[in-house]
Every structure is written in C-alpha cells, then in structure tokens.
Write a protein that binds this ligand. Structure first.
Ligand SMILES: Nc1nc2c(ncn2[C@@H]2O[C@H](COP(=O)(O)OP(=O)(O)OP(=O)(O)O)[C@@H](O)[C@H]2O)c(=O)[nH]1
Ligand SMILES: [Mg+2]
Length: 382
C-alpha cells in the first residue's frame, strides 16, 4: 500500500524484509519492516536530470510522517534513490514500529549498507525487468571511490548482477588486468623515475633498489641526475650504502650516459632525476635531455595520489614530453580516495608498475597486480 501511495498503481514491490533497529549487539531495539519498491519513471512522470553531480548515488534519508492505512500513526523513513541514475526509479521504505532512535552509522557501515541495498535493488530489478542496465545503478558507487564517471560506466558495462562488494572488485580487477605491469624481472633494465617535486621519486627508487638487490638477488646500480636539490645526492648515497650498491652522480646528460655504461654488467640500473614542476616547460625539456641520455628501457612517471585529480591530470599531460612508459602511484596512505589508480592508467593508456603507501624503505611498496589495485580502490567495504 505504501509503495502504491508513493509510486502510483504501477508500483512493484521488489523486496521486503524485517530488520532490527537500535539496541546493542542485537538485543533490545525495535523491529522494522523494510520494503523495496520501484516504478517505471515514465509511469511516474519523472524527468531525469540532465546530469547528476558526484557523488550522485546517495540514499538520502528524509523523514516523512504519515498514517499507514488502518494503522496508528507511524514514522516512515523514506530513502530516495535519484531517478536520474536509472531508467527505473526506486525507493526503499522503512516503516518503523515502536520508533527507536538508532545510533548514527559510521561512514563505512553506511557505505556497506548502501552497497547491499544497491545489490538487492539492482538484482530485484533484474529479476523482473531484463532490460535494466545494472551498470547504471552501480556507477555512482564507483564514483564515490574516486573513479571518473565515464570510466566507471565502461568498467561496469558488462556487469550482469551485483551480489556483494566483491562483484565490483572483480569487475574492476578485470578492467585493470591490462593496466598492471610490475617491473620486468628478466633481462637488463635501465629504469628512470621522473615526476613533479616531492612526490616520492627518490624514496621509491630506494625501495625498488632494495627489492631488486636484496629480495631478488639482482646486481643493481644507481645513477642520480639530481644534483640540483641540496641533500639529494646524500639522500641517495645513504640508501645505496645501506643496500650495498654503487651510485653514480651525473652533472650532465653525458655523465648520465657514462654512468649507465659503467654499469653495463648490472641487471638493473635505476636513474633518479630532479623533481620538476609540470608547469615549467624549459625545466621539463632539460630533464628530457638527461633521461634521453640514459636510453632507458622504461621511464616511470611518479604521481602522488595525494594530489588533486585536476593536478594529477595536468601532471600526466605535461610529462608526456618525457615519454613515460609506466606509472608509479605514491602516497596512497595520504590520499582521500584512490580513484587515480583507475583514472590515470585508463586515461593515459599507461600501466601502473607499482604503488607506495608509506615512508618505510623498502616495505611500503607493492608491485602492481590487478586484484590488489581493485581492492585498493574499493578498499573500505571489502
Ligand atoms: N606518506 C608517504 N610519504 C612518502 C611516500 N613516498 C615518499 N614519501 C615521503 O615524501 C617525501 C618526499 O620524498 P622524496 O623521495 O624525497 O621525493 P622526491 O620526488 O624524490 O622529491 P624531489 O627529489 O625533491 O623532487 C619524503 O618525506 C618521503 O618520506 C609514501 O608512499 N607515503
Ligand atoms: Mg628526489
């Protein structure tokens, strides 16, 4: 009846369930009947908004008072689902009997609940209507994890159902398959790290050096082309001494070539470079001459996840003059969300080679792996 009152005669009840509200560890509290209903938006006369701004998907609670037919006055919590997000409009109702004041849910609990509700709703819809695009309903959820809308749309396009958060992780992992290329472990490698100032190039280089030398038993040498910043050489020398590997200091592109050549017997030569602003073209061109002199097998562009999405986009765009072949995403531990793990590779076509999430050398680094990247993005609910 409630559904028909709200949605009209075309309303379809998708799901009902009895839930406990309030109380402690399942004791006390009150029983609620949760009802999920939907109606075709055409039948409801909805006009969907042209665009839905992020975070578009929100089950926003609003309190509505009313009389259930033939019943004593009751409180109805009406959760609205933005009709613009789906060809169907759907709402969930919770009719609370013996009204209890529930504790506010923590953000992650809310997210988990929303995902469950989304799964139930989408699967309910799918049960009765085979033409409902599941992706439509899940896109805003991925957007809440920082994934750009158009990319979320593509990632979820083939999704047929959403059972739980792991379904989303799997869909994302499948997409990231082509964008996770851990550093190659065979053949001689000359790897240059480039990027803006302070993003963690030198620290990441030291982590990589330790991984290759100490964990994989490779012969490793370092060449630093950062003689600009005071303390930069000492920083790298200290790491090199601890790991027990040689380091060359290059003041010019020629010295970079010479340093790489000197260590032609090494499995891996790692090249540290000076951090440069993406907005200074002259500096970028100068940096390019140092990198080119090394003839690197790979040039990894280091981008910090703690930068805003806008700055990240500017960085990858301006650093294209350095011809990067891979991405390293740093400072995941400092970022508000990890959508850049999806946005940057999908936008640039460059695969992620590693991610870092902390200052500890060498522990805080992960070689890229599709499942791990996906879990990093949808991190809190799985
Ligand atoms: N929280 C956090 N800090 C990091 C991470 N990686 C590096 N840092 C810190 O970021 C700061 C800058 O790191 P560097 O490695 O010197 O950065 P850089 O890109 O070489 O800097 P420049 O050479 O000056 O351009 C240091 O305090 C590092 O400890 C990370 O993954 N998480
Ligand atoms: Mg540095």
């Amino acid at each position: 009846m409630l559904a028909k009152m709200e949605f009209g005669e075309d309303a379809v009840v998708l799901n009902t369930k009895r839930v406990k509200s309030g109380g402690l560890l399942g004791l006390g509290g009150s029983d609620r009947v949760e009802l999920m209903a939907a109606a075709d938006e055409m039948a409801m006369g909805y006009s969907a908004p042209e665009s839905v701004s992020a975070p578009a998907y929100m089950l926003q609670p609003a309190v509505k008072r009313g009389n259930g037919e033939g019943e004593a006055p009751a409180e109805h919590r009406v959760d609205t689902y933005s009709p613009g997000m789906s060809s169907l409009a759907a709402r969930t109702y919770s009719e609370t009997r013996n009204v209890a004041t529930a504790e506010p849910l923590c953000e992650m609990d809310q997210l988990r609940n929303e995902l469950k509700q989304l799964a139930a709703m989408v699967n309910g819809l799918m049960g009765s209507r085979t033409d409902v695009p599941v992706a439509e309903a899940a896109i805003p959820l991925l957007m809440r994890f920082g994934v750009d809308e158009d990319l979320a749309r593509g990632i979820l396009a083939d999704l047929l159902s959403i059972e739980d958060p792991n379904t989303l992780v799997s869909a994302l992992a499948a997409k990231m398959q082509a964008f996770a290329h851990p550093p190659v472990s065979h053949g001689r490698q000359v790897i240059a790290l480039v990027g803006p100032t302070g993003v963690g190039k030198t620290t990441t280089l030291a982590k990589l050096a330790a991984k290759f030398a100490l964990e994989q038993g490779k012969k490793v040498a370092l060449v630093t082309a950062d003689t600009y910043r005071i303390g930069a050489v000492d920083q790298l020398r200290t790491y090199a001494r601890i790991i027990g590997i040689p380091v060359e200091i290059a003041l010019s592109p020629e010295e970079v070539s010479a340093g790489v050549e000197k260590h032609r017997d090494k499995d891996v030569v790692l090249i540290d470079t000076v951090g440069r602003s993406q907005r200074n073209e002259d500096h970028l061109m100068e940096l390019k001459s140092f990198v080119a002199a090394a003839s690197p097998t790979d040039t990894h562009l280091v981008v910090s996840a703690s930068l805003s999405g806008e700055i990240q986009r500017e960085v990858v765009e301006k650093f294209t003059v350095l011809c990067p072949t891979k991405l390293i995403i740093t400072k995941l531990d400092e970022s508000a969300d990890r959508g850049c793990l999806v946005n940057l590779p999908l936008r640039t076509g460059l695969a992620v080679s590693c991610t870092t999430a902390g200052q500890n050398v060498p522990q805080d680094i992960d070689f890229a792996e599709p499942g791990k990247l996906a879990r990093n993005v949808i991190t809190e609910v799985v």
